[in-house]
Design a protein around this ligand. Sequence first.
Ligand code: PLP
Length: 452
Amino acid sequence: MLAAAPPLRAPGSARRPRIRCPLPGPRAAGVVERDAQVLSSSLTRPYPLVIDRGDGLWVTDVDGNQFLDFTAGIAVNATGHAHPAVVAAVEAQARRFLHMAGTDFYYERQVELAARLAEAAPVAAPARVFLTNSGAEAIEGAIKLSRWATRRTHLLAFSGAFHGRTLGALSLTASKAVQREGFGPLVPGVFHVPFPSRAPGGVSTDETLRRIDELFHTLISPESVAAVFVEPIQGEGGYVVPPEDFLPRLRCLTREHGILLVADEVQSGMGRTGRLFALEHSGVEADIVTMAKGIASGMPLGAFVAGKGNMAWPSGSHGSTFGGNPVSCAAALATLDLLDGGLVENAAARGAELLEGLEWLCGRHPRLLTCGRGRGLMLAFECVSSERATEVVAAAFERGLLTLPAGATAVRLSPPLTVSSEESAVALEILDAACAAVASATEPTERTTGGR
Ligand code: PLP
């Protein structure tokens, strides 16, 4: 049976990656070798990309190879590499002052940014903001705040969740065993229940709520739970989208018991899913929202936002030397302008096209891929095994497309929100070729259906 024509087609004139030498090239190989001597062996590198410079969706490596970037530095470069408006904002701020410890002193950029985040975040107004350096630091702050505000200790999170790697955040993380092994004891009083999923065979909302109920009857009382931490769409867990009723029903349950709902929007926030925050798709308001990654287009920054009633902790109870760095705040303000100026809409439109493209791709390679999923530009396709997912990521890299694995068996696509239809079409073309190469290497009899 012939597969339908690809939903996106790149014209012959479209810009495509240029790979000039076998990868890694000589200069990249040298850097990789030196890196292995001096950098922590804990880092996770799926392939030897050594960036020299970036521009929009295009990355040039130290050997002059040009790649199309569908990772955005793990969903961080929301506005693409080195967006001129962000670079100009960074330059202008850097000339004025680089740092003045926002915990101890005042500056206008920090106030301006907090006002915009408080206004935009899906928490009940009026809200307050604490600015951090990273996602994990935002989660740590949210853990402390939820305990402080409720005077309760227990925390609930979900299997497959990723909330960061510092000890508090790691206690909530339940994505891969290697991330936790050897680091115990972690923070006590953290409980996990299954995350529901729309995917075939996924856990239902009913089942998840039944497991929470069971927990409340067998291990802890709901009155001892400070907060439930949830990613509206799981990130590192594999870009898993929950059923539509999940977040509204979780909101009802937490309200009923006076438990705070913490939405971790570190990966799903800042326009990536086609709304500024993924929670907006469900109409739910959280008590605390955490954010980072795309917030400042690559400058280190995170935040957690909470209603004023909850963020009423006393002076001195929480702080951060570098949190809310003025250069990062300037980058974030420029990023928000660009998101408001059409990039969130672009994420929704390009994401819908790409999702159709992934369904087409899965139809072309039925023995290798099972399904595409996601929302906006938080997209993934599921492979039949983790080995095949690794091979597809490697084959795409060899052809000049940067992707990353996610979860146990998925490949994720998280391009900058500036991506065009033409760039998406080129990415699909490369993924098709990469899948065909992996399929023919592993299953000589496999044929793709239909053709470009
Ligand atoms: N929360 C989520 C949902 C994440 O995806 C991540 C990082 O991937 C984190 C928290 C931790 O963020 P960071 O790596 O900036 O500490």
